[in-house]
Write a protein that binds this ligand. Structure first.
Ligand SMILES: NC(=O)c1ccc[n+]([C@@H]2O[C@H](COP(=O)([O-])OP(=O)(O)OC[C@H]3O[C@@H](n4cnc5c(N)ncnc54)[C@H](OP(=O)(O)O)[C@@H]3O)[C@@H](O)[C@H]2O)c1
Length: 237
């Protein structure tokens, strides 16, 4: 029987890379993507060196052909147990007020943060249903809080949250989690605060135990915050 397999988008750096490493430690085989093939291969190589079976598929999640290639990798693996929609974009930077948000940049933010993950879920559903698998969509507190300047990104993440919510109702045999990781020291976070020192933000690896807990305990479908999911703390969704 083939090994449990997880597909993690945006796994070349930041949270996605840390999540992929955490899932590898739990014994998952991995399918990973990112647009920069060299950075992706470096991340995949580190995981392989630790003994994990990794299929690296470079490409852009907004490209239907790339999404089809990700599905083909899952079919070749023989199963898919977990889809992590982690790849995302901040959108316009510096963050503009909605009054000034260029519509093309707004559309692009929705393409990466909403359309692509939902389209990938659509492709993956048959394999996920077959395995009784799970979907983890990485969202943000900007989906629910009114931070000035975060309207484009926040609206897209809010849309992803509600899509997740409805998917959970439509697919009761699966687990569907949508989760806010909290502020993390990553390239995207630096882009949101250009020129600022973000060294006080936690490293992505610090929140991985929270997400691993979702998977290993197969917690109910719903919205989670990593800060509330850290092991030994009460779960609230
Ligand atoms: N950092 C935070 O404070 C924070 C807070 C709340 C939520 N989040 C969410 O956490 C997730 C990860 O963010 P991060 O901070 O780790 O960002 P990051 O460091 O910028 O990493 C983003 C990853 O996604 C890949 N990616 C970006 N666009 C892509 C695309 N169109 N197709 C395929 N891969 C793509 C990037 O590689 P390439 O550039 O090579 O494609 C990279 O591997 C995002 O969904 C973000 O919204 C982050």
């Amino acid at each position: 029987m083939s090994n449990r397999t997880a597909l993690v988008t945006g796994a070349s750096r930041g949270l996605g890379r840390a999540l992929a490493a955490g899932l590898a430690r739990e014994g998952f085989d991995l399918i990973v993507d990112a647009r920069d093939g060299a950075a992706l291969e470096a991340a995949a190589g580190a995981l392989r060196a630790a003994g994990t079976v990794v299929t690296a598929v470079p490409g852009d999640v907004t490209d239907p052909e790339h999404r089809a290639a990700l599905l083909a990798a899952a079919q070749a693996a023989g199963r898919l147990d977990l889809l992590v929609n982690n790849a995302g974009t901040l959108g316009a930077s510096p963050l503009p007020a909605l009054a000034d948000y260029p519509p093309d940049e707004l559309r692009a933010a929705f393409e990466v943060n909403v359309i692509a993950p939902v389209a990938l879920i659509q492709l993956a559903l048959p394999l996920l249903r077959a395995s009784g698998g799970a979907v983890l969509n990485i969202t943000s507190d900007a989906a629910v809080e009114a931070y000035a300047g975060w309207g484009g990104y926040g609206a897209a993440k809010a849309a992803l949250e509600q899509a997740s919510n409805v998917l959970a109702a439509e697919e009761p045999t699966l687990r569907v989690w949508w989760a806010d990781p909290g502020d993390l020291r990553t390239d995207m976070h630096q882009l949101a605060f250009p020129g600022e020192d973000i060294s006080d933000r936690p490293e992505p690896a610090t929140v991985v135990p929270a997400f691993v807990r979702l998977v290993t305990e197969r917690l109910p479908s719903g919205r989670y915050r990593a800060a509330h999911l850290m092991p030994r703390e009460p779960v609230s969704s």
